[in-house]
Each structure stands twice: as structure tokens, then as C-alpha cells.
Ligand binder design. Structure first.
Ligand code: GUN
Length: 296
């Protein structure tokens, strides 16, 4: 049976450190890290992510400015709000929860965020800096995945890492970070996607398998090399008659069969999710520290 990589416990330990650093920053400079969290529309999954982020910010001693906007907001109005937040010295980070409702231009909205407040690491400036190996805000989920592998003692150097999914938020950046010449990197990376032929043949070669397809049961036990480390990035709501809510969360892997073959595996929930939020806290603290330094 695979050893579970406990993202919740790792996140709790890291959050305790972040809380201390946040208090120290406030004591030293009077600055309290502030994050504007923008949710457009009322998609239930996005609402629950945003609520979890706001709770974590409060627990870390940070301030969140909760901005809820209607799904039919005009693009210009959203851009105007982001522009105001860019100029607001109490706000060190700006997060626009994705995906945005139909009719809004996601790229244009992300481009409007000042790079020094882009704690998601989604703007072209941050993505470019990441690819060049320059100091930047790393995107939260990919960074959390790397931290989990490191904490679980998974050796990435020279390993064959296979990533399933090529999204801007997870697949592309995590493939880059695994390949990069940096701690937690130096792997040989194969990036698989919907046009990949013989997916199982490739995944069976993976020492490290990162699954970010956004689809339940993308990976089953027979697709996994015995002993491999499997990171399941998926968060899917599937119908469940036993749950009072009528649904339960599952990842992109078939947990039952994969756990019988993998050496290490992240559960869903309690795996990558808590680490994503923790990396958001880390970036928000970093943004506030940088702002405080510039002011001094
Ligand atoms: N949607 C899914 N993951 C993320 C994330 O890390 N940040 C934002 N802003 N939206 C998301």
C-alpha cells in the first residue's frame, strides 16, 4: 500500500512558520500583509476555494479584502477595480479566482494585475521570470507539488517525471519546475495531454507522476510503475448518495487501485489543496515584505 503524503499536516507546519514571520513583519515594520480576493459569480467550487483562502489568511494574521462581484460584471469595471487595488498601499497581493464566468477575457484580467502584486504568479511577467529562473512569485499549486515531493523525500534529480495536463495554472508550470535546475527539479520531464498516444505506456515509466487532467479516473493502478510517487492535483465533485451534500471530492486518480501500486500518493482531499493555499500565504507574505522594504 502506498504511503500517503499528508498535505494537510505539512501545510499546518508551514503555516505556523508563516504566521510567526507575519507577526515579526508587523512588529518590525507595522505592515500587515493584505490580499484582495476577487470572486466573480457564484460557482460553488470557486466559492468554497475562496472561503478556504480567506480563512487561511485570517489564521496567518493577514488581512483579506473579500471582493464578490456579479457574474455579469462588465470587463471594464473589473479592470477598473483591479487598477484601484494596484494603487492601494494596504493591498500587497491580488488574487482573481479562476475560471472567470463566460464573457470575461481571462487573459486581459490577469494582465491587469501589477506583477509585484501577482501572488498567483499568473501574469506574463512572473511566468517569464519563472521560465528564466529569475526571482518571482511561483504559481501556488506547482510550488506546493514541489514542496510535497521534497518533504516526502522523493528524489527528483535524474528521475523521470511525467505530468498529465498542460494548463497554465498547473501542468505547464509544474513541468517546468520539475525540469528546472533548482532544488526540487532536475528531473527528466514528459508532458502528456489530451492528444497523447499510449498514455499508459508513458505513465508506467514515471518515477514521479503528477496528475492534473481535471478528470476523475484518468490514472488507474495499472498505469503506475510500482513504487512511484503519485501527486494527484485533481479536485472533482462526484455524486455520492452516502454524503448529506449529495457529492464527494475525488482526485484525478482512481485512489483505490493506484494506492495498491504507488510507493507514495497524495490523498484528495487533504493532499495538494492545503499546500496550494499555503503557498499563497507564502507569496502574500513575500509581497508584503518586499513592499515594506521599498517603503523603508
Ligand atoms: N483556480 C484554480 N486554481 C487557482 C489558483 O491557484 N488561483 C486562482 N486565482 N484561481 C485558481
Amino acid at each position: 500500500m502506498a504511503e500517503l503524503i499528508d498535505g494537510k499536516a505539512l501545510a499546518a507546519a508551514l503555516r505556523a512558520e508563516i504566521r510567526e514571520k507575519t507577526a515579526a513583519l508587523r512588529a518590525r515594520t507595522g505592515v500587515t500583509p493584505g490580499l484582495a480576493v476577487i470572486l466573480v459569480g457564484n460557482d460553488p467550487a470557486s466559492t468554497s476555494y475562496v472561503t478556504a483562502k480567506e480563512r487561511a489568511l485570517a489564521e496567518a494574521g493577514m488581512v483579506s479584502r473579500d471582493i464578490r462581484l456579479p457574474a455579469d460584471i462588465a470587463q471594464e469595471e473589473l479592470l477598473r477595480i483591479i487598477g484601484e487595488l494596484n494603487a492601494d498601499s494596504a493591498i500587497h497581493g491580488i488574487l482573481v479566482q479562476l475560471p472567470l464566468p463566460r464573457g470575461l477575457d481571462e487573459a486581459a484580467v490577469i494582465h491587469a494585475i501589477a506583477p509585484e502584486k501577482d501572488v498567483d504568479g499568473f501574469t506574463p511577467v512572473n511566468v517569464g521570470r519563472m521560465l528564466l529562473g529569475e526571482p518571482c512569485f511561483l504559481p501556488c499549486t506547482p510550488h506546493g507539488v514541489i514542496k510535497m515531493l521534497e518533504a516526502a523525500g522523493v528524489q527528483t534529480v535524474g528521475a523521470h517525471a511525467v505530468v498529465i495536463g498542460r494548463s497554465n495554472i498547473v501542468g505547464k508550470p509544474v513541468a517546468h519546475l520539475l525540469a528546472a535546475k533548482r532544488p526540487g527539479g532536475n528531473a527528466t520531464v514528459t508532458l502528456c495531454h489530451t492528444a497523447t498516444r499510449n498514455l499508459a505506456e508513458i505513465t508506467r515509466q514515471a518515477d514521479i507522476l503528477v496528475v492534473a487532467s481535471g478528470r476523475p479516473n484518468t490514472v488507474t493502478g495499472s498505469m503506475v510503475k510500482p513504487g512511484a510517487a503519485v501527486i494527484d492535483v485533481g479536485v472533482n465533485r462526484v455524486p455520492c448518495a452516502d454524503s448529506p451534500r449529495g457529492w464527494k471530492l475525488c482526485g484525478d486518480c482512481d485512489f483505490e487501485s493506484v494506492s495498491r501500486v504507488a510507493g507514495k500518493l497524495t490523498p484528495v482531499p487533504g493532499g495538494v489543496g492545503p499546500m496550494t493555499i499555503t503557498m499563497l500565504l507564502e507569496n502574500t507574505l513575500q509581497a508584503a515584505e518586499q513592499a515594506a522594504e521599498q517603503r523603508a
